[in-house]
Design a protein around this ligand. Sequence first.
Ligand SMILES: *Cc1c(COP(=O)(O)O)cnc(C)c1O
Length: 570
Amino acid sequence: MSDWKHFTLEAKIAYFSMEIGLSADIPTYSGGLGVLAGDTIKSAADLKLPMLAVTLASRKGYFRQEIDKDGRQQEYPMVWKPESIMELLPTKTLVTIAGRDVKIQAWLYRVKSPTGGVVPVLFLDTDIPGNSEEDRHLTDLLYGGDQEYRFKQEIVLGLGGIRLLTALGFTIRMFHMNEGHASLLTLELLNRSRRLFENKWDERAAWDTRKVAEQCVFTTHTPVAAGHDHFPYDLVERIMGEVVPYPLLRELGGSDELNLTVLALNLSRYVNGVAKKHGEISQALFPGFEIHSITNGVHTFTWASPYFVNLFDDYIPGWANEPELLVRVDSIPDEAIWDAHCGAKAYLFQFVQESTGIDFDPEVLTIGFARRVAAYKRGDLIFSDLPRLLELGRGKIQIIFGGKAHPQDESGKEMIRHLTEIIGRLQGSLRMVYLENYNMEIAYRLIPGVDLWLNTPTRPLEASGTSGMKAALNGVPNFSVLDGWWIEGHIEGVTGWAIGPPPLEKSISENHSDADANDLYDKLQRLIVPLYYQDRPGWVRVMKNAIGKNAYYFNTHVMMRRYVTEAYIR
Ligand SMILES: *Cc1c(COP(=O)(O)O)cnc(C)c1O
């Protein structure tokens, strides 16, 4: 059976990402970056773009989270079997890792759109007889293991990915690196760019970096220097050997350490951040490179709750493959919007009841906060002043939290302990719950079902954020610090509300936690709670604006059209 062969003729753009979140049962994602990759691929399929994607099989997934009675996160492998839902491609390839040959195979998954578009996704896998026991586990853990393990995975993804595409017979024109993890692919392209007339290996002029850059697009996601993967050269040499001469590698990837972001920057003709602000921050981090911005989006059809799918189908036919039509949201009657929202809310509360035993009140303003738990996301900002929170919120608000901390992130785990401790302490005064194992399935139920979506990152560390876009799509207004995409989506009191001062700081060290917390309480008390309870038509107006002024634009269809016209074809 080789009905995949036609892909080798069609696919011209290869999207490389360490993690891809297509659905909760393929647990090869940890958070926003992976979900974005999945949404990207789904929109590419809808738009029939000639793309394919390459990622790692991550056979033990990210992890399944349980939280014990003391608030401690317990982690369990999320083992999944590519063989049960995917097709093994017949060709294998080899990379050298720590002096050993490592075989790589790929599982093919087809992302199919109702439009008839299909985008193949290749899940690279080293669990092959003949590989050493150690190497068979290289594609097990997503973001697990130590620095060496990470670098080995990046060799599998970058070098292995390109070699496998070639072995399978693909002729790719454009390589899109989603974050620096994949940037070792440029070394393989460099090797191919060597001018044949020049056979001296270390002759700089023989290496055609411009030719490589013509084929590469790079999206950076990380707004702090330390967040970019970097490795000492002795480790690089020991594990990767010499793929291109070291003087050249140091010229392109950093003189002191190999920095995968710097490597990608030097070898891409188009580089972008994931929101306007993040483009500027990245530009300041990497002066000398031209950094553009293409703001992230979400895949509309994936993230609209069933209640809004029905509603949009009735009033805005064609919305799923042309989300810009959501600008016509005012053609939907207010009552129909509110009814759809109440459906989503009941659907969420049923889930909360089943998983925690706690009954939430459908009449009460419900705030949602869930995402990867990292200190900079400040999940506990709303708990800064508990007496004040109780004074304004008792009987008037209820809150649902969720999120996983990276297994090695002690401050993130401490945050979960802190949040669950306060949730327990305020039991009886303020109805709150922390949902375990936040993933795409839970996000799909949680985000549309709350009334208000809260986000409180420390600026400017939220590169884009996408959960707020999922909220807006379902008529859930954002209440967020002005960072990432919200700087572009926010119109005060119209699409939602800002927390804290305007985003004018020049450095990461400025911290507005007190002002932010104060503003959070103040706006809840003065504006949001009264609007919700006393002016339902006014509230529905904000819901509609979230759809018509946010969701129509912050989606991966718009984003992909921009990548095509601004990055891929130029
Ligand atoms: C959308 C999504 C995210 C991204 O959330 P942010 O608030 O943008 O960080 C993370 N995890 C899951 C499971 C998601 O669906």
